[in-house]
Write a protein that binds this ligand. Structure first.
Ligand SMILES: Cc1cc2nc3c(=O)[nH]c(=O)nc-3n(C[C@H](O)[C@H](O)[C@H](O)COP(=O)(O)OP(=O)(O)OC[C@H]3O[C@@H](n4cnc5c(N)ncnc54)[C@H](O)[C@@H]3O)c2cc1C
Length: 392
């Protein structure tokens, strides 16, 4: 967050230097559809489309693929790196036969519980009256330092909890459940609501991002149509147990602790039609037999949902290891090619994935810098902390 606005990697890392750094060229409206790899398995460029017109970019040093957990494996497969049978079916010549591409997809899975606040007199509750709406909007926009009702962050405190499963597996210091408190702001009249997101951060259910070879063979280019995403959420029965444990704990916190009791909360049990016949608050109603496929997949009782997004790891210990460990995130079997994005993380982190992805990117930059340092011109002046301008 900066000044009450959510940052993206573009605004945080690129926007400020885009027009001043001669070695940086950002081409917008481009979609890469193939990494070009020569007969010696050296990546030498990319083929991309800009406004629908095919173009080629050659590299002098290396290519870093960073198109995210769905598109990165797809791009590798379109370029001939993936399971040979699938590639052949899709009419793609195999450069590296690698069955690990797109495998080992991890995700965070969870539910959102809703509680109505029946004591609106509490002063801490965010509320803006209809008549003050414009005035508050002005307070947000009229200053570079955003403030007022609209500058507040909905998400409140978070708890990280070690489940019984983690404890049983000797991981008593490694939380695997996250509970996020979110106070939904209220505009005008209406019911104030608290949401609790209960999320399993280290799921054992593991899925994959597949490739629709037949569609590719028939000329389909759109990733959204080529990707076959199967995150297999809650197919591991112990994930369901962990989630139920988290749901029960969340309800207990809301109903049995003094500060929340003062809010006079009521738990909005509003299960989908499919689950209405189940005894309220039973384990089954909390998501019991999801793993048997008796419920509507990951959207069963209480609206099971995907929390933070997909995540693929190419490192699959039992099978093939695509990315080499000694040279970070280099693609095995192809020179001058790396994958650096969330898909290169070995496991889902215990919280949102974005910060970990940025750290991975920074670490890679450091490694690249070290590798090429002799060829690089060092920056003219590296500002020391005491030389930096004091922040306002
Ligand atoms: C709805 C939602 C909410 C989220 N909330 C949070 C949160 O609160 N906290 C948190 O930590 N994380 C959150 N995440 C996760 C976070 O956004 C991701 O973990 C992070 O963006 C992953 O970064 P990435 O670089 O791997 O991929 P991305 O951010 O997806 O970047 C990939 C980029 O590559 C581009 N691209 C894809 N294919 C091609 C191609 N063929 N050619 C050219 N460009 C291409 C895409 O347009 C995109 O810009 C959320 C994700 C979603 C979807």
């Amino acid at each position: 967050m900066r000044n009450g606005e959510r940052e993206s990697s573009y605004t945080a890392y690129l926007k400020g230097i885009e027009s001043s750094r001669s070695s940086l060229l950002i081409l917008r409206y481009c979609e890469v559809d193939m990494i070009l790899i020569n007969m010696g398995n050296v990546a030498y460029g990319v083929r991309y489309k800009r406004h629908g017109i095919p173009q080629i970019a050659h590299v002098t040093k290396e290519i870093i693929v960073s198109s995210g957990v769905i598109s990165s494996p797809l791009l590798l497969m379109k370029s001939g790196i993936g399971p040979r049978t699938q590639l052949t079916k899709g009419g793609i010549p195999t450069k590296v036969d690698s069955i690990g591409v797109g495998q080992n997809l991890h995700n965070h899975g969870g539910v959102t519980l809703l509680f109505s606040v029946n004591n609106p007199k509490l002063e801490l509750l965010p509320k803006v009256e209809k008549r003050a709406f414009e005035e508050d909007l002005g307070r947000y926009h009229d200053s570079i330092w955003r403030h007022g009702f609209f500058a507040r962050v909905d998400f409140g405190p978070q708890a990280f909890i070690v489940s019984g499963r983690a404890k049983g597996e000797g991981e008593a210091n490694h939380p695997d459940l996250q509970i996020i408190y979110r106070l939904k702001p209220l505009l005008g009249d209406g019911q104030l609501e608290i949401q609790l997101h209960v999320i399993i951060t280290r799921m054992k259910s593991v899925g994959s991002v597949g490739f629709n070879s037949t569609s590719h063979f028939e000329g389909e280019e759109d990733d959204t149509k080529l990707a076959i995403i199967d995150d297999k959420l809650f197919t591991d029965s112990t994930d369901v147990d962990v989630l139920i444990e988290g749901i029960k704990l969340a309800i207990k916190i809301m109903e049995e602790t003094t500060p929340f009791q003062a809010m006079k909360l009521s738990y909005n049990e509003n299960p989908p039609e499919l689950c209405k016949s189940l005894p309220p608050r039973s384990d089954e109603a909390h998501g019991g037999d999801m793993q048997n496929g008796k419920r509507a997949g990951p959207h069963g009782c209480f609206g099971f949902e995907t929390e933070v997004p997909f995540f693929t790891s190419y490192t699959n210990k039992q099978r093939t290891t695509l990315l080499t460990a000694q040279k970070i995130y280099r693609v095995k079997g192809v020179k001058k090619l790396r994958v650096v994005d969330a898909s290169a993380l070995p496991r889902t982190p215990n919280s949102g994935i974005f910060a970990a992805t940025l750290m991975l990117a920074e670490k890679t930059v450091q490694e690249i810098f070290k590798e090429h340092v002799s060829e690089m011109t060092p920056p003219a002046v590296i500002p020391q902390p005491q030389q930096l301008e004091p922040s306002l």
